[in-house]
Design a protein around this ligand. Structure first.
Ligand code: PEP
Ligand code: MG
Length: 675
């Protein structure tokens, strides 16, 4: 056995993100890894157990390793702690230079009107309306259990279903709110595999309990242990454990939902607490804002509210739970207050403040429909990444000049068989119609490896990101591709539509796919559509000059291009934080792609996350990128930023960036960008 003492220097202690990095690394070793803090010692391969230690900044832990690779495990883990567990040791932000989302700053406290409950600012904005008390139904867990083997099988199936649900929720939240915000659902997925939690559940099942009873008891115990912690940031993780606990319990008990029926008219939602899943599911057309009795500004619920633009007050205390349904209230998310049954003067003041915010947003929305033209007359198209019909409607409303990436995989996930041609056709048609004449780029199914489809019976792969993904998978299962292409060509009759293939690495793949496209088009007697490929594999970027004559456009998927260029798995928290698309190597590949395309008279878009990174926008434009495809809510801001730039200046920035040594240097040079 080996042991070492180390000090946790992360500014917010061993909270969820660095703890997850620690656990993921510990799991890579065969040795047992334990962490001791004060009187308590836990299994370091269990995220929940590690969090319950409640290690705060500046406190020391003792790492113990025991087994065949104990020396290596100890060295790696202690180095990891010294290097900050994937975080900057000065401000706790991820080390990729992207600023971590700051909690909404409470505005200077004005004199409080009567009947005002003060909580903590969760997300800015003002909401006026009737309140609705959100009281969940409790899940009824029946007495009685099958044999332990039957109950274990039930649990395994429920965990698999929960994993699929969370994968979908991750993708949807990523599109609505961003990658950082969606990451909480990856943590939830990890909790499903937590060895200590599962060991407890299995022990209870072996003792004669049903899977539901055992799961409920074990998750409640873990949540209660977390709730005891004095560090508020760690105690806020209780909600995450309860959220995951309920998700699996709903599957096990076949309970459709624990959420109450919501009023038809817009309302201010009041709850003891909201889980991240519930927050992500709130319909902004009906929920004006929310106020929770507990929770904190750094909990994922508040982070999601900010990303979704939903005014929110958290930690307002139990008094808010006493407000009667339908009573009128003012929620001020910036000030962190909720005023019940306001008097006329307070109401008038709140209305005026709300109108001022609305007017500002309306001005931005009005400008959103205008073209994005730099001060020296260079036009850049700004389009949206969408995952479904609702996203497309939002994109059109936020001024998107088209859809630059339709991720069709949403249609294929979370089901037992692939969607039929008719079903796909209806969705593609509705998206094309929603975009009102603006072009829609439909990406053919990008699945495989890390995003398996149960009905395809895909073999497990050692390195799924280097395996049968994207177009490789479609060429191996051409029936799926053919069916999808038929649906796409039928939808093309309803508006301008383009087709794009993911993960192309060589010309042979493009030619084989085009052959299938031509056959389907001819069989349907459909008109020609523009065909493009994603540039996600460095090989394709380097060969852009040879691809260009055979396609109509390129769309650079910087998420994957970065992962493959830097050899950093985009889902591995140990390295993902360093996988920065502003790395000069990635920029050089983008430059090469643009050169190859423009020489052949073809255009280039960027549809990865880099396209909405304010520090990247001028550089991408300077490199000659013609179109940026970003999430719908980012369209107005990206357009506004472009209007404040000059092409000549962008070119100079791009030139400098190409000669930087690291992504950090590129970002330093871009620091003065005004956003
Ligand atoms: C990308 O790789 O940048 C991209 C847009 O595709 P996805 O994120 O869907 O893999
Ligand atoms: Mg990709």
């Amino acid at each position: 056995m080996k042991q070492i003492d180390v000090v946790i220097q992360n500014p917010t202690g061993l909270h969820a993100r660095p703890a997850r990095v620690f656990v993921d690394t510990a799991k890579q070793f065969r040795s047992a890894v334990r962490v001791r803090h004060k009187e308590k010692q836990v299994n370091a391969k269990s995220l929940i157990s590690l969090l319950t230690l409640g290690v705060e900044a500046g406190q020391s832990i003792s790492i113990e390793t025991d087994g065949e690779d104990e020396a290596q495990a100890l060295e790696t883990l202690s180095d990891l702690v010294h290097s900050g567990l994937g975080e900057s040791l000065t401000d706790g932000s991820p080390t990729n230079g992207h600023p971590a989302q700051a909690p909404a700053a409470p505005s200077a406290a004005p004199p409080m009107p009567a009947n005002t409950i003060r909580g903590i600012a969760g997300a800015p904005g003002i909401a006026l309306g009737p309140v609705f008390q959100f009281r969940r139904a409790t899940i009824a867990v029946q007495e009685g259990a099958g044999t332990p083997a039957e109950e274990r099988a039930r649990l395994t199936a429920a965990l698999a279903e929960a994993r699929t649900q969370l994968a979908l929720l991750y993708e949807q939240t990523k599109d609505r709110a961003g990658v950082e915000e969606a990451a909480i659902f990856e943590v939830h997925r990890d909790l499903l595999d937590d060895p200590d939690l599962l060991a407890n559940v299995h022990a209870l099942i072996d003792g004669g309990q049903s899977a539901a009873q055992a799961w409920q008891r074990a998750t409640e115990e873990q949540a209660a242990a977390l709730a005891q912690l004095t560090d508020p940031l760690l105690a806020e993780r209780t909600t995450d454990v309860r959220d995951v606990g309920e998700r699996v319990l709903r599957v096990l008990t076949h309970a459709a939902s624990t959420a109450p029926a919501l009023p038809a008219e817009p309302f201010i939602l009041i709850a003891k607490d909201l889980t991240p899943s519930e927050t992500a599911a709130l319909d902004p057309a009906r929920v004006l804002g929310f106020c929770t009795a507990i929770g904190g500004p750094n909990a994922h619920t508040a982070i999601l509210a900010r990303a979704l633009g939903l005014p929110a007050v958290v930690s307002a205390g139990s008094a808010v739970l006493e407000l009667p349904d339908h009573s009128f209230a003012i929620l001020d998310g910036g000030a962190g207050t909720l005023t019940a049954t306001p008097d006329e003067a307070t109401l008038a003041q709140a209305r005026a403040a709300q109108e001022a915010i609305t007017a500002k947003r309306a001005a931005a929305a009005a400008a959103a429909a205008e073209a994005a033209v730099t001060s020296d007359g260079h036009r850049v198209e700004v389009v949206a990444n969408v995952g479904g019909v609702e996203d497309a409607r939002k994109a059109a409303a936020s001024g998107a000049e088209g859809v630059g990436l339709l991720r069709t995989e949403f249609l294929f996930l979370q089901r037992e068989q692939p969607p039929s041609e008719d079903e796909q056709y209806a969705v593609y048609r509705d998206i094309v119609t929603a975009m009102q004449g603006h072009p829609v780029i439909v990406r053919t199914l990008d699945i495989g490896g890390d995003k398996p489809l149960p009905y395809l019976n895909l073999p497990a792969e050692e390195n799924p990101f280097l395996g049968q993904r994207g177009i490789r998978l479609c060429l191996a299962h051409p029936d799926i591709l053919r069916e999808q292409l038929r649906a796409i060509f039928r939808a093309a009759a309803h508006g301008p539509l383009r087709i794009m293939f993911p993960m192309i690495a060589d010309l042979q793949e493009l030619r084989a796919t085009r052959k299938i496209v031509d056959e389907i088009r001819a069989a349907l007697d459909a008109p020609q559509v523009e065909i493009g490929i994603m540039i996600e594999v460095p090989a394709a970027a380097l060969m852009a000059d040879l691809f260009a004559p055979e396609i109509d456009f390129f769309s650079i998927g910087t998420n994957d291009l970065t992962q493959y260029t830097l050899a950093m798995d985009r889902t591995n928290p140990l390295v993902a934080a360093h996988a920065d698309g502003l790395h000069p190597a990635v920029l050089r590949l983008i430059e090469r792609t643009v050169q190859g395309a423009h020489a052949a008279g073809k255009w280039v878009g960027v549809c990865g996350e880099l396209g909405s990174d304010p520090q990247a926008v001028p550089i991408l434009i300077g490199l000659g990128v013609d179109e940026l495809s970003v999430s719908a809510p980012a369209v107005p801001t990206v357009k506004a930023q472009i209007r404040g730039l000059a092409l000549a200046e962008c070119r100079e920035r791009a030139r400098q960036a190409l000669h930087c040594a690291t992504a950090a240097e590129v970002r330093q040079g871009a620091m003065h960008v005004e956003v």
